[in-house]
Design a protein around this ligand. Sequence first.
Ligand code: 5AD
Ligand code: SF4
Length: 486
Amino acid sequence: MKEMAEYINDIDVSKQAPVAEPNRQYYFIKKASEYVKAASKEAGRPLTFCVTTFGCQMNARDSEKLVGILEQIGYQEEVDEDKADFVIYNTCTVRENANMRVYGRLGQLKAAKKKNPHMMIGLCGCMMQEPHVVEKLKTSYHFVDIIFGTHNIYKFAELIATRFESRRMVIDIWKDTDKIVEDLPSERKFSFKSGVNIMFGCNNFCSYCIVPYVRGRERSRNPKDIIREIERLVADGVVEVMLLGQNVNSYGKNLEEPMSFAQLLQKIEKIEGLERIRFMTSHPKDLSDELIEVMKNSKKICRHLHLPVQSGSTEILKKMNRRYTKEQYLELVHKIREAVPDISLTTDIIVGFPGETEEDFLETMDVVKQVRYDSAFTFIYSKRTGTPAAVMDNQIPDDVVKHRFDRLLKEVQSISAEVCSVHENTMQSVLVESMNDHDERLVTGRMSNNLLVHFPGDASLIGKIVDVYLKECKGFYYIGEMKNIP
Ligand code: 5AD
Ligand code: SF4
Protein backbone atom coordinates (compact mmCIF):
# COMPACT_ATOMS: atom_id res chain seq x y z
CA MET A 1 0.00 0.00 0.00
CA LYS A 2 2.85 2.36 0.89
CA GLU A 3 4.63 1.70 -2.40
CA MET A 4 1.39 2.37 -4.24
CA ALA A 5 0.92 5.68 -2.40
CA GLU A 6 4.43 6.80 -3.37
CA TYR A 7 3.88 5.82 -6.96
CA ILE A 8 0.58 7.72 -7.09
CA ASN A 9 2.16 10.77 -5.52
CA ASP A 10 4.65 11.03 -8.39
CA ILE A 11 1.99 11.09 -11.12
CA ASP A 12 1.71 14.27 -13.17
CA VAL A 13 -2.01 14.96 -13.66
CA SER A 14 -1.39 17.81 -16.10
CA LYS A 15 -0.59 15.09 -18.62
CA GLN A 16 -3.23 12.91 -20.34
CA ALA A 17 -4.67 9.95 -18.44
CA PRO A 18 -3.02 6.65 -19.40
CA VAL A 19 -5.23 4.13 -21.16
CA ALA A 20 -3.95 0.93 -19.54
CA GLU A 21 -5.16 -0.29 -16.13
CA PRO A 22 -4.41 -0.10 -13.26
CA ASN A 23 -2.26 2.97 -14.14
CA ARG A 24 -5.27 4.85 -15.41
CA GLN A 25 -6.93 4.50 -12.03
CA TYR A 26 -3.78 5.56 -10.17
CA TYR A 27 -3.87 8.72 -12.30
CA PHE A 28 -7.49 9.41 -11.31
CA ILE A 29 -6.77 8.68 -7.66
CA LYS A 30 -4.19 11.46 -7.79
CA LYS A 31 -6.55 13.76 -9.67
CA ALA A 32 -9.48 13.12 -7.31
CA SER A 33 -7.20 13.62 -4.32
CA GLU A 34 -6.43 17.14 -5.53
CA TYR A 35 -10.14 17.93 -5.76
CA VAL A 36 -10.67 16.52 -2.28
CA LYS A 37 -7.76 18.56 -0.93
CA ALA A 38 -9.28 21.73 -2.36
CA ALA A 39 -12.75 20.92 -1.01
CA SER A 40 -11.31 20.07 2.37
CA LYS A 41 -9.48 23.43 2.48
CA GLU A 42 -12.72 25.18 1.66
CA ALA A 43 -14.56 23.27 4.37
CA GLY A 44 -11.75 23.84 6.86
CA ARG A 45 -11.69 20.17 7.88
CA PRO A 46 -10.85 16.75 6.44
CA LEU A 47 -13.59 15.27 4.24
CA THR A 48 -15.09 12.00 5.43
CA PHE A 49 -16.81 8.95 3.96
CA CYS A 50 -19.17 6.21 5.11
CA VAL A 51 -19.66 3.03 3.08
CA THR A 52 -22.75 0.93 3.88
CA THR A 53 -22.81 -2.60 2.56
CA PHE A 54 -25.95 -4.59 1.87
CA GLY A 55 -25.97 -8.27 1.00
CA CYS A 56 -23.32 -10.92 0.73
CA GLN A 57 -19.60 -11.48 1.36
CA MET A 58 -18.88 -10.56 -2.24
CA ASN A 59 -20.31 -7.10 -1.61
CA ALA A 60 -18.39 -6.84 1.66
CA ARG A 61 -15.17 -7.50 -0.26
CA ASP A 62 -16.13 -4.96 -2.94
CA SER A 63 -16.70 -2.40 -0.18
CA GLU A 64 -13.15 -2.94 1.06
CA LYS A 65 -12.00 -1.96 -2.42
CA LEU A 66 -14.16 1.17 -2.31
CA VAL A 67 -12.72 2.08 1.09
CA GLY A 68 -9.16 1.50 -0.17
CA ILE A 69 -9.73 3.89 -3.07
CA LEU A 70 -11.46 6.52 -0.90
CA GLU A 71 -8.63 6.51 1.61
CA GLN A 72 -6.03 6.88 -1.14
CA ILE A 73 -8.01 9.85 -2.41
CA GLY A 74 -7.80 11.47 1.01
CA TYR A 75 -11.20 10.88 2.56
CA GLN A 76 -11.29 9.76 6.21
CA GLU A 77 -13.68 7.16 7.54
CA GLU A 78 -16.73 8.35 9.52
CA VAL A 79 -19.01 5.75 11.07
CA ASP A 80 -21.97 8.08 11.45
CA GLU A 81 -23.60 8.27 8.04
CA ASP A 82 -25.34 11.56 8.81
CA LYS A 83 -22.00 13.28 9.38
CA ALA A 84 -20.13 11.89 6.36
CA ASP A 85 -19.31 13.96 3.28
CA PHE A 86 -19.40 10.98 0.96
CA VAL A 87 -22.03 8.32 1.58
CA ILE A 88 -21.94 5.15 -0.50
CA TYR A 89 -24.46 2.37 -0.56
CA ASN A 90 -23.14 -0.86 -1.97
CA THR A 91 -26.49 -2.46 -2.75
CA CYS A 92 -27.93 -5.95 -3.04
CA THR A 93 -30.93 -7.01 -5.07
CA VAL A 94 -31.22 -10.72 -4.34
CA ARG A 95 -34.50 -10.13 -2.54
CA GLU A 96 -36.97 -7.29 -2.94
CA ASN A 97 -36.81 -6.07 0.67
CA ALA A 98 -33.14 -5.11 0.27
CA ASN A 99 -34.17 -2.70 -2.51
CA MET A 100 -36.90 -1.12 -0.40
CA ARG A 101 -34.40 -0.43 2.37
CA VAL A 102 -32.14 1.47 -0.02
CA TYR A 103 -34.97 3.72 -1.26
CA GLY A 104 -36.04 4.36 2.33
CA ARG A 105 -32.58 5.39 3.44
CA LEU A 106 -32.02 7.56 0.37
CA GLY A 107 -35.01 9.63 1.41
CA GLN A 108 -33.29 10.39 4.70
CA LEU A 109 -30.01 11.27 2.97
CA LYS A 110 -31.73 13.94 0.93
CA ALA A 111 -32.29 15.97 4.08
CA ALA A 112 -28.67 15.51 5.22
CA LYS A 113 -27.39 16.65 1.84
CA LYS A 114 -29.35 19.89 2.04
CA LYS A 115 -27.40 20.80 5.17
CA ASN A 116 -23.94 19.86 3.87
CA PRO A 117 -22.72 21.51 0.62
CA HIS A 118 -19.78 19.09 0.38
CA MET A 119 -21.89 15.98 0.56
CA MET A 120 -21.87 13.42 -2.23
CA ILE A 121 -23.95 10.28 -2.53
CA GLY A 122 -22.75 7.22 -4.45
CA LEU A 123 -24.74 4.10 -5.27
CA CYS A 124 -23.24 0.91 -6.60
CA GLY A 125 -23.64 -2.85 -6.47
CA CYS A 126 -26.17 -5.34 -7.79
CA MET A 127 -29.29 -3.18 -7.60
CA MET A 128 -27.72 -0.65 -9.98
CA GLN A 129 -27.43 -3.32 -12.66
CA GLU A 130 -31.21 -3.28 -13.02
CA PRO A 131 -32.29 -0.72 -15.65
CA HIS A 132 -35.59 0.07 -13.92
CA VAL A 133 -33.72 1.04 -10.75
CA VAL A 134 -31.46 3.49 -12.56
CA GLU A 135 -34.50 4.97 -14.36
CA LYS A 136 -36.23 5.53 -11.04
CA LEU A 137 -33.12 7.15 -9.55
CA LYS A 138 -32.72 9.44 -12.56
CA THR A 139 -36.28 10.70 -12.34
CA SER A 140 -36.95 10.80 -8.60
CA TYR A 141 -33.57 10.97 -6.86
CA HIS A 142 -31.73 13.89 -8.53
CA PHE A 143 -29.57 14.41 -5.49
CA VAL A 144 -27.59 11.20 -6.09
CA ASP A 145 -24.11 12.03 -7.47
CA ILE A 146 -22.57 8.80 -8.74
CA ILE A 147 -24.17 5.56 -9.88
CA PHE A 148 -22.12 2.58 -11.03
CA GLY A 149 -22.51 -1.17 -11.16
CA THR A 150 -20.80 -4.40 -10.25
CA HIS A 151 -18.47 -4.62 -13.26
CA ASN A 152 -16.64 -1.31 -12.95
CA ILE A 153 -15.95 -0.86 -9.24
CA TYR A 154 -12.29 -0.52 -10.15
CA LYS A 155 -13.18 2.77 -11.91
CA PHE A 156 -14.43 4.41 -8.73
CA ALA A 157 -11.64 7.02 -8.61
CA GLU A 158 -12.25 7.97 -12.23
CA LEU A 159 -15.96 8.42 -11.55
CA ILE A 160 -15.27 10.59 -8.51
CA ALA A 161 -12.90 12.79 -10.54
CA THR A 162 -15.53 13.04 -13.29
CA ARG A 163 -18.14 14.06 -10.75
CA PHE A 164 -15.93 16.84 -9.37
CA GLU A 165 -15.42 18.12 -12.92
CA SER A 166 -18.93 17.80 -14.32
CA ARG A 167 -21.05 18.75 -11.32
CA ARG A 168 -23.77 16.46 -12.72
CA MET A 169 -25.01 12.99 -11.86
CA VAL A 170 -22.43 10.51 -13.17
CA ILE A 171 -23.87 7.19 -14.30
CA ASP A 172 -21.69 4.33 -15.51
CA ILE A 173 -23.26 0.88 -15.73
CA TRP A 174 -21.88 -1.95 -17.83
CA LYS A 175 -24.05 -4.83 -18.91
CA ASP A 176 -21.24 -7.35 -18.58
CA THR A 177 -17.47 -7.54 -18.72
CA ASP A 178 -14.65 -9.93 -19.34
CA LYS A 179 -12.21 -7.61 -17.61
CA ILE A 180 -10.55 -8.25 -14.25
CA VAL A 181 -8.35 -5.37 -13.06
CA GLU A 182 -5.64 -6.36 -10.57
CA ASP A 183 -3.54 -4.37 -8.11
CA LEU A 184 -5.95 -1.71 -6.95
CA PRO A 185 -5.95 -0.42 -3.38
CA SER A 186 -8.20 -2.07 -0.82
CA GLU A 187 -8.57 -1.56 2.91
CA ARG A 188 -9.29 -4.65 5.03
CA LYS A 189 -11.93 -4.54 7.70
CA PHE A 190 -9.97 -7.05 9.80
CA SER A 191 -6.16 -7.07 9.99
CA PHE A 192 -5.96 -10.87 10.39
CA LYS A 193 -8.52 -12.21 7.92
CA SER A 194 -9.63 -11.29 4.46
CA GLY A 195 -11.97 -12.23 1.66
CA VAL A 196 -10.26 -13.03 -1.64
CA ASN A 197 -12.24 -13.10 -4.88
CA ILE A 198 -11.36 -16.12 -6.94
CA MET A 199 -14.07 -15.65 -9.52
CA PHE A 200 -16.82 -13.25 -10.48
CA GLY A 201 -20.30 -13.78 -11.91
CA CYS A 202 -22.43 -16.88 -12.26
CA ASN A 203 -23.49 -19.08 -15.16
CA ASN A 204 -26.06 -21.20 -13.42
CA PHE A 205 -29.27 -19.29 -13.94
CA CYS A 206 -31.22 -20.79 -11.08
CA SER A 207 -34.70 -19.69 -12.11
CA TYR A 208 -35.39 -17.51 -9.04
CA CYS A 209 -32.03 -15.77 -8.95
CA ILE A 210 -31.12 -12.36 -10.30
CA VAL A 211 -27.38 -12.75 -9.69
CA PRO A 212 -26.44 -13.98 -13.18
CA TYR A 213 -28.15 -10.89 -14.62
CA VAL A 214 -26.48 -8.39 -12.32
CA ARG A 215 -23.06 -9.98 -11.83
CA GLY A 216 -22.62 -11.25 -15.38
CA ARG A 217 -20.98 -14.37 -16.74
CA GLU A 218 -18.56 -16.46 -14.76
CA ARG A 219 -14.91 -15.29 -14.88
CA SER A 220 -12.12 -16.88 -12.88
CA ARG A 221 -9.12 -14.95 -11.71
CA ASN A 222 -5.73 -16.19 -12.75
CA PRO A 223 -4.31 -18.55 -10.07
CA LYS A 224 -1.04 -16.60 -10.07
CA ASP A 225 -2.86 -13.37 -9.18
CA ILE A 226 -4.80 -15.14 -6.41
CA ILE A 227 -1.69 -16.67 -4.89
CA ARG A 228 0.22 -13.39 -5.12
CA GLU A 229 -2.64 -11.56 -3.39
CA ILE A 230 -2.78 -14.12 -0.59
CA GLU A 231 1.00 -14.09 -0.14
CA ARG A 232 0.88 -10.32 0.24
CA LEU A 233 -2.00 -10.57 2.69
CA VAL A 234 -0.11 -13.12 4.77
CA ALA A 235 2.97 -10.88 4.78
CA ASP A 236 0.65 -8.17 6.10
CA GLY A 237 -0.61 -10.28 9.02
CA VAL A 238 -3.52 -12.24 7.56
CA VAL A 239 -3.91 -15.81 8.87
CA GLU A 240 -7.33 -16.70 7.44
CA VAL A 241 -8.70 -16.22 3.94
CA MET A 242 -12.22 -16.68 2.64
CA LEU A 243 -12.16 -17.56 -1.05
CA LEU A 244 -15.16 -15.94 -2.68
CA GLY A 245 -17.22 -16.84 -5.72
CA GLN A 246 -20.90 -17.44 -6.52
CA ASN A 247 -20.01 -21.01 -7.35
CA VAL A 248 -16.44 -21.78 -6.32
CA ASN A 249 -16.75 -25.39 -7.44
CA SER A 250 -16.71 -24.35 -11.06
CA TYR A 251 -13.54 -22.28 -10.60
CA GLY A 252 -11.02 -22.35 -13.41
CA LYS A 253 -13.17 -23.68 -16.21
CA ASN A 254 -12.75 -20.60 -18.38
CA LEU A 255 -9.04 -20.07 -17.76
CA GLU A 256 -6.60 -20.36 -20.62
CA GLU A 257 -5.05 -23.24 -18.74
CA PRO A 258 -8.05 -24.75 -16.96
CA MET A 259 -7.59 -25.68 -13.33
CA SER A 260 -10.02 -27.13 -10.81
CA PHE A 261 -11.01 -25.53 -7.52
CA ALA A 262 -9.46 -28.48 -5.69
CA GLN A 263 -6.15 -27.83 -7.46
CA LEU A 264 -6.29 -24.16 -6.57
CA LEU A 265 -6.90 -25.07 -2.92
CA GLN A 266 -3.85 -27.31 -2.91
CA LYS A 267 -1.70 -24.44 -4.17
CA ILE A 268 -3.12 -22.07 -1.56
CA GLU A 269 -2.56 -24.64 1.17
CA LYS A 270 1.18 -24.44 0.47
CA ILE A 271 1.40 -20.73 1.32
CA GLU A 272 3.52 -20.51 4.41
CA GLY A 273 2.09 -18.53 7.28
CA LEU A 274 -1.49 -18.95 6.10
CA GLU A 275 -3.35 -20.90 8.79
CA ARG A 276 -6.94 -21.19 7.67
CA ILE A 277 -8.79 -21.40 4.38
CA ARG A 278 -12.54 -20.95 3.98
CA PHE A 279 -14.60 -20.71 0.82
CA MET A 280 -18.05 -19.72 -0.31
CA THR A 281 -20.38 -20.69 -2.03
CA SER A 282 -20.49 -24.28 -3.21
CA HIS A 283 -23.07 -25.43 -5.71
CA PRO A 284 -23.93 -29.08 -4.97
CA LYS A 285 -24.02 -30.01 -8.67
CA ASP A 286 -20.33 -29.11 -9.10
CA LEU A 287 -18.85 -30.38 -5.84
CA SER A 288 -16.30 -32.96 -6.94
CA ASP A 289 -14.88 -36.07 -5.28
CA GLU A 290 -11.49 -34.45 -5.84
CA LEU A 291 -12.54 -31.53 -3.62
CA ILE A 292 -13.80 -33.87 -0.89
CA GLU A 293 -10.44 -35.64 -0.97
CA VAL A 294 -8.53 -32.38 -0.73
CA MET A 295 -10.67 -31.24 2.20
CA LYS A 296 -10.15 -34.54 3.93
CA ASN A 297 -6.36 -34.29 3.70
CA SER A 298 -6.02 -30.59 4.34
CA LYS A 299 -4.67 -29.11 7.55
CA LYS A 300 -5.78 -25.60 6.68
CA ILE A 301 -9.22 -25.89 5.09
CA CYS A 302 -11.78 -25.17 7.78
CA ARG A 303 -14.25 -27.84 8.85
CA HIS A 304 -17.20 -25.98 7.41
CA LEU A 305 -19.10 -26.30 4.17
CA HIS A 306 -21.92 -24.04 3.07
CA LEU A 307 -23.95 -26.16 0.68
CA PRO A 308 -27.18 -24.44 -0.35
CA VAL A 309 -29.98 -26.96 -0.93
CA GLN A 310 -32.70 -24.36 -1.69
CA SER A 311 -35.46 -27.01 -1.63
CA GLY A 312 -35.82 -30.66 -0.69
CA SER A 313 -38.32 -31.43 -3.42
CA THR A 314 -36.88 -32.86 -6.63
CA GLU A 315 -39.84 -31.41 -8.50
CA ILE A 316 -39.16 -27.89 -7.21
CA LEU A 317 -35.40 -28.28 -7.66
CA LYS A 318 -36.10 -29.00 -11.31
CA LYS A 319 -38.21 -25.86 -11.65
CA MET A 320 -35.44 -23.95 -9.87
CA ASN A 321 -32.97 -25.27 -12.47
CA ARG A 322 -30.66 -26.51 -9.72
CA ARG A 323 -29.69 -29.65 -11.65
CA TYR A 324 -29.65 -32.14 -8.76
CA THR A 325 -32.31 -34.25 -7.10
CA LYS A 326 -33.10 -34.63 -3.42
CA GLU A 327 -31.42 -38.04 -3.46
CA GLN A 328 -28.28 -36.75 -5.17
CA TYR A 329 -27.99 -33.97 -2.59
CA LEU A 330 -28.38 -36.39 0.32
CA GLU A 331 -25.85 -38.75 -1.25
CA LEU A 332 -23.38 -35.89 -1.56
CA VAL A 333 -23.86 -34.97 2.10
CA HIS A 334 -23.29 -38.61 3.03
CA LYS A 335 -20.05 -38.73 1.02
CA ILE A 336 -18.75 -35.53 2.59
CA ARG A 337 -19.59 -36.64 6.12
CA GLU A 338 -17.93 -39.99 5.55
CA ALA A 339 -14.71 -38.31 4.41
CA VAL A 340 -14.75 -35.43 6.92
CA PRO A 341 -16.82 -36.59 9.91
CA ASP A 342 -16.42 -33.43 11.97
CA ILE A 343 -17.53 -31.09 9.16
CA SER A 344 -20.11 -28.47 9.95
CA LEU A 345 -22.74 -28.14 7.25
CA THR A 346 -24.81 -25.03 6.62
CA THR A 347 -27.30 -24.23 3.90
CA ASP A 348 -29.71 -21.79 2.23
CA ILE A 349 -33.39 -22.69 1.85
CA ILE A 350 -36.11 -20.88 -0.08
CA VAL A 351 -39.73 -21.32 1.00
CA GLY A 352 -42.70 -20.56 -1.24
CA PHE A 353 -41.15 -21.00 -4.67
CA PRO A 354 -43.92 -20.91 -7.34
CA GLY A 355 -45.85 -24.17 -7.41
CA GLU A 356 -44.51 -25.40 -4.04
CA THR A 357 -47.14 -27.74 -2.57
CA GLU A 358 -47.42 -28.84 1.05
CA GLU A 359 -45.84 -32.16 -0.06
CA ASP A 360 -42.91 -30.31 -1.63
CA PHE A 361 -42.46 -28.33 1.55
CA LEU A 362 -42.48 -31.53 3.62
CA GLU A 363 -39.66 -32.83 1.40
CA THR A 364 -37.63 -29.77 2.42
CA MET A 365 -38.43 -30.45 6.08
CA ASP A 366 -37.32 -34.02 5.53
CA VAL A 367 -33.93 -32.94 4.17
CA VAL A 368 -33.49 -30.62 7.14
CA LYS A 369 -34.24 -33.50 9.52
CA GLN A 370 -31.97 -35.91 7.69
CA VAL A 371 -28.98 -33.63 7.22
CA ARG A 372 -29.24 -31.88 10.59
CA TYR A 373 -27.53 -28.66 9.52
CA ASP A 374 -25.39 -26.71 11.95
CA SER A 375 -27.30 -23.69 10.75
CA ALA A 376 -29.46 -22.66 7.83
CA PHE A 377 -30.39 -19.36 6.24
CA THR A 378 -34.07 -19.52 5.44
CA PHE A 379 -35.61 -17.16 2.90
CA ILE A 380 -39.11 -16.41 1.75
CA TYR A 381 -39.19 -16.60 -2.04
CA SER A 382 -38.97 -13.11 -3.49
CA LYS A 383 -40.12 -12.47 -7.04
CA ARG A 384 -37.34 -10.85 -9.08
CA THR A 385 -38.47 -9.24 -12.32
CA GLY A 386 -36.59 -10.65 -15.28
CA THR A 387 -36.02 -14.11 -13.82
CA PRO A 388 -37.91 -17.14 -15.24
CA ALA A 389 -39.58 -17.86 -11.89
CA ALA A 390 -41.20 -14.41 -11.79
CA VAL A 391 -43.57 -15.42 -14.59
CA MET A 392 -44.24 -18.98 -13.43
CA ASP A 393 -47.83 -19.98 -12.63
CA ASN A 394 -48.95 -20.68 -9.16
CA GLN A 395 -47.20 -18.05 -7.07
CA ILE A 396 -47.90 -19.04 -3.45
CA PRO A 397 -50.12 -16.82 -1.24
CA ASP A 398 -48.27 -14.90 1.48
CA ASP A 399 -50.10 -16.51 4.41
CA VAL A 400 -49.30 -20.04 3.22
CA VAL A 401 -45.62 -19.15 2.73
CA LYS A 402 -45.41 -17.48 6.13
CA HIS A 403 -46.89 -20.52 7.86
CA ARG A 404 -44.37 -22.83 6.13
CA PHE A 405 -41.52 -20.45 6.85
CA ASP A 406 -42.31 -20.39 10.57
CA ARG A 407 -42.45 -24.19 10.76
CA LEU A 408 -39.15 -24.49 8.90
CA LEU A 409 -37.42 -21.91 11.06
CA LYS A 410 -38.52 -23.65 14.23
CA GLU A 411 -37.20 -27.00 12.99
CA VAL A 412 -33.91 -25.51 11.78
CA GLN A 413 -33.34 -23.73 15.08
CA SER A 414 -34.11 -26.67 17.32
CA ILE A 415 -31.84 -28.98 15.29
CA SER A 416 -29.05 -26.44 15.17
CA ALA A 417 -29.14 -25.94 18.96
CA GLU A 418 -28.77 -29.72 19.40
CA VAL A 419 -26.02 -30.03 16.78
CA CYS A 420 -24.11 -27.06 18.15
CA SER A 421 -23.94 -28.47 21.68
CA VAL A 422 -22.02 -31.64 20.72
CA HIS A 423 -18.69 -29.86 21.10
CA GLU A 424 -19.21 -29.15 24.80
CA ASN A 425 -16.17 -30.12 26.90
CA THR A 426 -13.79 -30.32 23.95
CA MET A 427 -10.70 -28.28 23.09
CA GLN A 428 -10.92 -26.26 19.89
CA SER A 429 -8.51 -24.11 18.01
CA VAL A 430 -9.95 -20.60 17.84
CA LEU A 431 -9.06 -17.47 15.89
CA VAL A 432 -9.68 -14.49 18.17
CA GLU A 433 -11.61 -11.89 16.16
CA SER A 434 -12.68 -9.10 18.51
CA MET A 435 -13.41 -7.93 22.00
CA ASN A 436 -16.82 -9.13 23.14
CA ASP A 437 -19.59 -6.63 22.38
CA HIS A 438 -21.28 -6.96 25.76
CA ASP A 439 -18.58 -7.82 28.26
CA GLU A 440 -15.17 -6.14 28.13
CA ARG A 441 -13.50 -8.98 30.03
CA LEU A 442 -14.26 -11.38 27.17
CA VAL A 443 -12.97 -11.85 23.65
CA THR A 444 -14.83 -13.50 20.79
CA GLY A 445 -13.24 -16.09 18.54
CA ARG A 446 -14.23 -18.37 15.68
CA MET A 447 -13.63 -22.10 15.55
CA SER A 448 -12.73 -23.96 12.40
CA ASN A 449 -16.39 -25.05 12.11
CA ASN A 450 -17.45 -21.38 12.10
CA LEU A 451 -19.05 -21.40 15.57
CA LEU A 452 -18.28 -18.53 17.91
CA VAL A 453 -16.91 -18.81 21.42
CA HIS A 454 -16.59 -16.10 24.07
CA PHE A 455 -13.86 -16.43 26.71
CA PRO A 456 -11.81 -14.33 29.10
CA GLY A 457 -8.98 -12.48 27.36
CA ASP A 458 -7.76 -9.09 26.21
CA ALA A 459 -7.16 -7.16 23.00
CA SER A 460 -3.62 -8.51 22.61
CA LEU A 461 -5.16 -11.83 21.56
CA ILE A 462 -6.98 -10.43 18.53
CA GLY A 463 -5.73 -12.09 15.35
CA LYS A 464 -4.11 -15.00 17.22
CA ILE A 465 -5.08 -18.66 17.06
CA VAL A 466 -5.39 -20.17 20.52
CA ASP A 467 -6.70 -23.38 22.10
CA VAL A 468 -9.94 -22.91 23.95
CA TYR A 469 -11.81 -25.34 26.14
CA LEU A 470 -15.56 -25.20 25.47
CA LYS A 471 -17.25 -25.12 28.84
CA GLU A 472 -20.84 -24.45 27.96
CA CYS A 473 -23.00 -24.26 24.86
CA LYS A 474 -25.46 -21.35 24.87
CA GLY A 475 -27.55 -22.39 21.89
CA PHE A 476 -25.59 -20.99 18.96
CA TYR A 477 -22.34 -20.08 20.64
CA TYR A 478 -20.07 -21.23 23.44
CA ILE A 479 -18.56 -19.91 26.62
CA GLY A 480 -14.98 -21.15 26.95
CA GLU A 481 -11.66 -20.83 28.63
CA MET A 482 -8.21 -20.46 27.12
CA LYS A 483 -5.78 -23.24 27.92
CA ASN A 484 -2.50 -21.96 26.52
CA ILE A 485 -0.91 -18.56 26.53
CA PRO A 486 0.39 -17.71 23.06
N1 5AD B 1 -35.92 -15.23 -3.28
C1 5AD B 1 -35.53 -15.71 -2.08
N2 5AD B 1 -34.28 -16.10 -1.83
C2 5AD B 1 -33.38 -16.00 -2.82
N3 5AD B 1 -32.08 -16.31 -2.88
C3 5AD B 1 -31.61 -16.02 -4.10
N4 5AD B 1 -32.60 -15.51 -4.86
C4 5AD B 1 -33.72 -15.50 -4.09
C5 5AD B 1 -35.05 -15.11 -4.31
N5 5AD B 1 -35.46 -14.64 -5.48
C6 5AD B 1 -31.35 -16.92 -1.76
C7 5AD B 1 -30.80 -18.28 -2.14
C8 5AD B 1 -29.32 -18.02 -2.23
C9 5AD B 1 -29.14 -16.93 -1.22
C10 5AD B 1 -27.89 -16.15 -1.37
O1 5AD B 1 -30.25 -16.09 -1.41
O2 5AD B 1 -31.09 -19.18 -1.09
O3 5AD B 1 -28.56 -19.17 -1.94
FE1 SF4 C 1 -27.96 -17.43 -7.98
FE2 SF4 C 1 -27.90 -20.04 -8.47
FE3 SF4 C 1 -25.83 -18.46 -9.24
FE4 SF4 C 1 -26.25 -18.96 -6.63
S1 SF4 C 1 -25.73 -20.48 -8.18
S2 SF4 C 1 -25.81 -16.96 -7.58
S3 SF4 C 1 -28.48 -19.08 -6.50
S4 SF4 C 1 -27.92 -18.37 -10.03
